[in-house]
Design a protein. Structure first.
Length: 352
């Protein structure tokens, strides 16, 4: 990115913060005005888990549709190191055999516990067949250095390579390729950190090259307050802001809200986070600001912990609202799939 663009980007961040007024830690957002509408259960995910080694591990899970019909039942197996080695997915929770088997996910690990291989097998024509698989390598800090995913025919789905600073924790470049080699680069992120605190990223450059006649350069800048990153601003080649994400936190460091803002400074999506007295996240509400006449509660997620007999349970219920008359319908929903748990991308831009 040229120096002029960087100057404009820095100026735009200040202008945006002034425009929003609340761009700081502990900033409060106005309570959205909610348009009343019937609430519908979209999806219910239930997990039976156990606490061990400082984490909560699933033993079995259930996925139901909005009418309460079971869509998937999954069982988890662990190796001697208490790592997930296999997930078996069925269409029934009472009849667990080849007739109800939907698919399996298999994982392998290195001596340090890093997940180095994942394979997704699904049933087709009564037989299990590999539909996706990946391999991954890691540095001494457990951060991935190379990730290669292919489909059942061996075609590359995603190939990325990541480099880090001397600590091995902070990524410097993350590069995406369309081939198993490194001859066709389609995207690359570069990250820059605060010299006074190398753990805080302050800027990312994103170069996208999808075809010979299309390329794009984007700049993501990040503003921090203490240990919390609260403002991400996205800029194009000219230095014009194209989007921003504003996060707010309470005095305990818990996220309380997220605002998605367009290039005009208009709020288009607002998320409110709720907690109970223990600090457990009990729900996220999604408000749509991009409709008429005003602010609508589009979807919400409700989370809870409870006990059934001797089983510890976690539940995630997704709700939607009937705005079909205005063309919204089910805009969001949790989709629990038997997908591969892959190494997360290192870059910070385009947060979900």
């Amino acid at each position: 990115m040229r120096d002029r663009s960087l100057f404009l980007a820095a100026f735009s961040v200040a202008a945006l913060a002034a425009l929003l007024g609340a761009a700081c830690k502990n900033a409060s957002q106005p309570t959205p005005a909610v348009t009343a509408s019937p609430e519908s259960l979209y999806e219910r995910y239930v997990e039976h888990y156990v606490d061990r080694n400082g984490s909560s591990d699933p033993i079995e899970t259930w996925l139901y549709d909005g009418a309460g019909a079971l869509e998937e039942y999954s069982q988890f197996s662990y190796d001697a190191g208490d790592r997930i080695s296999q997930v078996s997915v069925y269409s029934s929770e009472t009849k667990l055999d080849a007739s109800t088997l939907v698919g399996k996910v298999l994982y392998s690990y290195d001596a340090l516990g890093n997940r180095t291989k994942g394979t997704l097998e699904t049933v087709s024509g009564g037989q299990l067949a590999t539909t996706a698989s990946y391999t991954a390598t890691y540095n001494d800090q457990g951060c991935y250095t190379e990730f290669l995913e292919t489909d059942g025919s061996g075609n590359v789905v995603e190939h990325r390579i990541c480099t880090y600073d001397s600590t091995g924790l902070n990524y410097k470049t993350e590069t995406y390729y369309s081939d198993a080699g490194t001859s066709d680069m389609i995207e690359q992120y570069q990250c820059f950190y605060d010299p006074s605190d190398p753990s805080k990223w302050i800027k990312e450059l994103d170069y996208l090259n999808l075809a010979a006649d299309y390329s794009r350069n984007m700049v993501y800048t990040y503003t921090w307050s203490g240990d919390e990153m609260y403002l991400e601003s996205d800029f194009d080649e000219s230095g014009a802001m194209v989007a921003a994400i504003l996060d707010t936190f309470d005095s305990s460091g818990r996220q309380t809200a997220r605002s998605d803002i367009n290039q005009s400074g208009k709020l288009i999506l607002y998320r409110a986070y709720d907690y109970d007295a223990t600090g457990f996240l009990t729900g996220i509400s999604y408000y749509n600001y991009n409709s008429s006449p005003g602010d609508e509660l589009a979807t919400r997620e409700a989370y809870r912990l409870y006990v059934v007999g001797a089983k510890s349970m976690y539940e995630d219920d997704s709700y939607t609202y009937d705005y079909s008359s205005r063309g919204l319908g089910k805009s969001l929903g949790k989709a629990a799939e038997a997908g591969l748990k892959t190494p997360a991308a290192a870059h910070h831009g385009d947060k979900s």
